[in-house]
Design a protein around this ligand. Structure first.
Ligand code: SF4
Ligand code: SF4
Ligand code: SF4
Length: 169
């Protein structure tokens, strides 16, 4: 019974996400506001990424896909680009992990996969009233590497733009 309610909640969440597609995540250090003006869609950044997390997205423009893996901040994408798309003087990005209500732990199913995957120990668990510990993200510790995304069995983790003061890798 409990499993069914978790599943229904997850399906509802996924349907909702399809209706309101989030803005695409661009590679680190890229000038996101001018991205589609500056990028020629040559694919050099995707070819250069050793983690294979850059894919061709809408219109052929590169997008980060954390379901494929995490960003190591190696900067190979920025260094491979022949256009003025990247600004290495800036911080790579302000992305921060966010956890949706479809999280298994929030639905009283024990899970700590995101915490185990996080290289920055940025995900903490605290006991909730139902008796199962639930995750919270320490914004000041999260680099936005995305390692927690593929680790989550409920597709509950997304990376969202955070404040400019967010932690830099
Ligand atoms: S910094 Fe490295 S791992 Fe991250 S997207 Fe660029 S090439 Fe890939
Ligand atoms: S994005 Fe990276 S640093 Fe942030 S919580 Fe996820 S795994 Fe940890
Ligand atoms: S891995 Fe996903 S389902 Fe598991 S505790 Fe973390 S956010 Fe929740």
């Amino acid at each position: 019974m409990a499993d069914e309610s978790v599943d229904l909640g997850r399906r509802g969440f996924l349907r909702g996400r399809r209706r309101a597609e989030p803005a695409p995540l661009r590679p680190p250090w890229s000038r996101t506001k001018q991205f589609t003006d500056l990028c020629t869609r040559c694919g050099a950044c995707a070819d250069a990424c050793p983690e294979s997390i850059i894919r061709r997205g809408d219109g052929g423009f590169p997008e980060i896909d954390f379901r494929r893996g995490e960003c190591s901040f190696c900067a190979a994408c920025a260094e491979s680009c022949p256009e003025p798309v990247f600004d290495r003087a800036a911080r790579p990005w302000t992305l921060i992990a966010r956890i949706a209500p479809s999280c298994l732990a929030m639905n009283r199913v024990v899970c700590r996969s995101c915490r185990d995957a996080c290289p920055e120990a940025a995900i903490r668990f605290a006991l909730a009233p139902g008796g199962v510990a639930v995750p919270t993200v320490e914004d000041g510790a999260c680099t936005g590497c995305g390692a927690c995304v593929a680790a989550c069995p409920a597709d509950a983790v997304t990376l969202q733009p955070g404040p400019e003061t967010a932690h830099a890798p």
